[in-house]
Design a protein around this ligand. Structure first.
Ligand code: EPU
Length: 337
């Protein structure tokens, strides 16, 4: 465990917001949790790639940075692999590819750490982590116990889980265990149109390998999503909304090109498309808060924009989408207010 007092938040969040952190407690080993004695309010921080800090940070920050990757079980067709919560997610994907293990190649280049991956059930290009997650090990802060939750207990939904909702701040994820397929047993998922097109452009659409799929995803993401090292952002700022069939039919009559997918309990719409239709793609406020010019679902921080400036822009976006389509967008990013 390492305790650092009075530092800047700048390098700890992908928006690059710069406010003072009074006290950061870095977890370097999961045994550190046994000695953690937190009094007063705290926040749990992983890679900082899905948060927006608005206002000041008065709370202690528990910074999850324990490392380690271990093959727990090696079966003929799959391995169970434990990734420590502090490992970077993309490094985990690359490690799996190097070992010829499949299942997470569609999730290449997603920022953040392994511990945060199940919290919001990260997903991209037709795959969600719940599809390969075996279990989650966590630390119960109040009772000082290590607990393991099986996949079926985690309450996974679209960009959600119990860790993000009712268990928030009660359990800290210490590691995740994934069931990854071995060579000869891979199930390649290229149902997402953009992947097919990219594989064709790369001349490997016939029988692509897990490495090909990863390369295709990396190419698509790099072309559309801003690199947080160059411009502050937290990926998709809003969730794709799910609306009732009846509302969808009214919209479809008026906007025949509306982008939609069938979903549990209704129709899922592409929030990026909705924002784009409001004419907001590339829209920039004087503060430097902006809607990304290649993917309207991403808000970016230019210049010295503050967290509150991004929040103000987010509210404008929500108002515009509500006025035009009667849909209330919800944030995907966690707001630290
Ligand atoms: N679209 C527009 N204009 C835009 C953006 C999108 O018309 O400015 C249209 C696209 O043409 C496409 C549709 O909207 O027809 C969907 O766009 P895209 O394929 O880019 O996916 P998304 O629904 O916007 C989601 C995830 C992304 C993930 C991609 C790929 C959410 C909130 N976002 O975005 O995840 O990479 O699918 O699977 O579900 C993230 O969570 O940070 C993230 C980037």
């Amino acid at each position: 465990m390492r305790i650092i007092n009075d530092l800047s938040s700048k390098d700890y969040n992908s928006f690059g917001i710069d406010v003072p952190i009074p006290c950061l407690i870095e977890i370097q080993d999961k045994a550190d949790y046994n000695y953690l004695d937190i009094k007063g309010p705290f926040r749990i921080l992983g890679g900082g790639s899905n948060i927006l800090i608005s206002g000041t940070l008065e709370e202690k920050i528990i910074y999850v940075n324990n490392k380690g990757i271990e093959i727990l079980i090696d079966h003929e067709d799959h391995c169970l692999v434990e990734f420590a919560a502090g490992e970077l997610w993309h490094d985990a994907v690359m490690w799996a590819l190097d070992k010829g293990l499949g299942g997470i190649e569609n999730l290449s280049l997603i920022p953040g750490k392994c511990g945060a991956a199940p919290m919001q059930n990260i997903g991209a290009y037709g795959v969600e982590i719940k599809d390969v997650l075996h279990s989650v090990k966590s630390f119960d802060l109040q009772n000082k116990l290590e607990l393991t939750f099986h996949n079926s207990e985690c309450g996974f939904g679209y960009r959600s889980s119990h860790f993000k909702t009712k268990w928030r701040d009660s359990y800290i994820i210490t590691s995740i265990i994934l069931k990854l397929s071995k060579n000869g047993y891979h199930t390649i998922n290229t149902e997402y149109g953009a992947i097919q097109a990219q594989l064709e452009a790369m001349n490997c659409s016939d029988n692509p390998s897990i490495r090909d799929v990863s390369d295709a995803v990396i190419a698509i993401r790099s072309s559309k999503l801003p690199d947080p090292r160059e411009i502050g952002n937290a990926g998709s700022f809003f969730k794709n909304p799910v609306i009732p069939q009846s509302h969808f039919e009214t919209l479809k009559d008026r906007y025949p090109d509306i982008v939609s997918y069938p979903a549990d309990g209704g129709i899922k719409l592409a929030a990026g498309w909705l924002i784009d239709q409001c004419g907001l793609k590339g829209y920039t406020e004087n503060s430097g808060a902006a809607v990304h010019d290649r993917q309207a679902l991403v808000l970016v921080r230019q210049g010295n924009a503050k967290g509150d400036d991004i929040l103000l822009l987010a509210q404008k976006v929500k108002n515009s989408v509500f006025e035009k389509f009667g849909i209330k967008l919800e944030e995907e990013v966690n707001i630290w207010a």
